[in-house]
Design a protein around this ligand. Structure first.
Ligand code: GDD
Ligand code: MN
Length: 379
């Protein structure tokens, strides 16, 4: 496979470079010392001649990447800054948001530090935004002329395709016009960015931005995803799990969506519940205590899932056993409440047993959801 970069623009004299201001290039780095010199050379060759720029590295490295950047910066005809984070949060996305907050330019371009994103495209991304008035310009591997040449291995291609499909299915409206929501290469107008509303979690910072910042218009430019220059991808299986939690967090940002998520998780609890019931009765336990015990299995299952998927960022107010205790109490109160509620509906409101049961189920479900939000996860 070849490295096919777009034709580079000749380098320019430092004296010709105007004040920084048009674009801040934000580059997250985690142990990329072997890629820095090449990256800065490629940026020098193609960006400042067409666009005044500065580069901000946001670094979480444990190697000598910051020193290498500082040294290489001396040969650059544009300002280069390194923000080193001693206590990194949010992974790659957290680093990018930190860099965005530090940027003062009208445009911010985000790109990887391993030369997989051709810097020669930076001026084109910004120019496309200026021409079309878009607030977000995505470099896409899925437009005609783009490709994933550098995505090593059929396995990664398949995972990437599945993730893109799932993500687009979950956010059909917010991702309209974005063929490559997983791209890590894009330009965003600072005026369209609401950095404070972002809750980055791992690799998919463009997705986070498109869903939470909602830029007014989106444009795309095709690009060829290059092979990594040196070193290896920092993505792991753990990063995959983080991505699923990120998706869940984005999808359940509104109370209604959270309630639906709560319901789906609740429904999934039937599986461990029934399994437990089956196992206990098979062991000869009387069905009544078996019911009660098996129900606790469902409660535990639901608790684990809502903690991971729904209330991940609201757990700090109480200790885990306090949250579990309250959650379990609500879940069991739900069971105890249901029968008197059905009786009430049947006798006071003359409802049939079936609609009364359905109404009681819905009522206790809503009560349990509201109770969980208010009594378990509010400060
Ligand atoms: N500061 C910081 N902190 N930087 C990080 C971290 C972190 O925790 N993790 C990774 N990075 C940096 C890397 O050093 C690199 O510069 C860039 O983020 C991308 O990381 P890679 O590990 O090379 O990512 P990838 O090639 O597997 O994935 C890239 O392409 C995907 C598309 O296939 C990324 O751009 C993904 O966002 C993108 O979806
Ligand atoms: Mn990479």
């Amino acid at each position: 496979m070849t490295h096919e970069y777009l034709a580079p623009v000749p380098a320019v004299d430092a004296a010709e470079v105007p004040e920084p201001g048009a674009v801040t290039v934000v580059v997250p780095t985690y142990n990329e010392s072997a890629n820095i010199r090449r990256l800065l050379r490629l940026i020098t060759e193609s960006v400042p001649a067409r666009l005044p720029c500065e580069v901000v590295f946001v670094d979480d490295s444990t190697d000598d990447t910051p020193q290498v950047i500082a040294e290489a910066a001396q040969d650059c005809p544009f300002p280069v800054t390194v923000l080193h984070r001693d206590e990194p949060t949010g992974g790659l996305g957290g680093a990018v948001v930190e860099g965005m907050k530090a940027a003062a330019s009208e445009w911010i371009v985000v790109m990887d530090g391993d030369c997989q994103h051709p810097p020669s495209l930076v001026p084109e991304l910004v120019a496309t935004g200026q021409r079309t008035g878009a607030g977000l310009v995505v470099a896409s591997r899925y437009l005609p002329g783009g490709s994933r040449a550098g995505l090593a291995g059929g396995y990664r291609v398949a995972v990437s395709r599945a993730a893109t499909w799932l993500t687009k299915a979950l956010f059909p409206r917010r991702l309209r016009g974005i063929s490559d929501p997983m791209s890590g290469f894009f330009a965003v107008r600072r005026a369209d960015l609401t950095a404070d509303t972002l809750k980055p979690l791992g690799y998919k910072i463009l997705l986070e931005l498109a869903v939470r910042s909602r830029p007014r218009a989106v444009a795309e430019v095709p690009f060829v995803f290059q092979e990594r220059y040196a070193g290896e991808s920092k993505s792991t299986a753990r990063e995959g799990l983080r991505f699923l939690r990120h998706l869940a967090g984005l999808r359940t940002a509104s109370p209604l969506a959270r309630m639906i998520g709560f319901g789906l998780i609740g429904a999934s609890g039937f599986a461990p519940n029934l399994l437990g019931l089956w196992a206990l009765t098979a062991l000869g336990v009387h069905y009544l205590p078996a019911e009660i015990l098996a129900n606790q299995l469902g409660v535990a299952w639901n608790f684990l899932l809502i903690e991971q998927l729904l209330f991940r960022d609201r757990r700090a107010h109480r200790r885990w056993w306090d949250r579990l205790g309250r959650f379990a109490l609500l879940a069991n109160a739900d069971l105890v409440l249901r029968i008197p509620l059905i009786a009430l509906f049947v006798h006071r409101f003359a409802m049939g047993a079936l609609p009364a049961t359905a109404l009681a189920l819905v009522t206790t479900f809503v009560l349990r959801f509201v109770g969980t939000e208010a009594l378990v996860y509010l400060p």
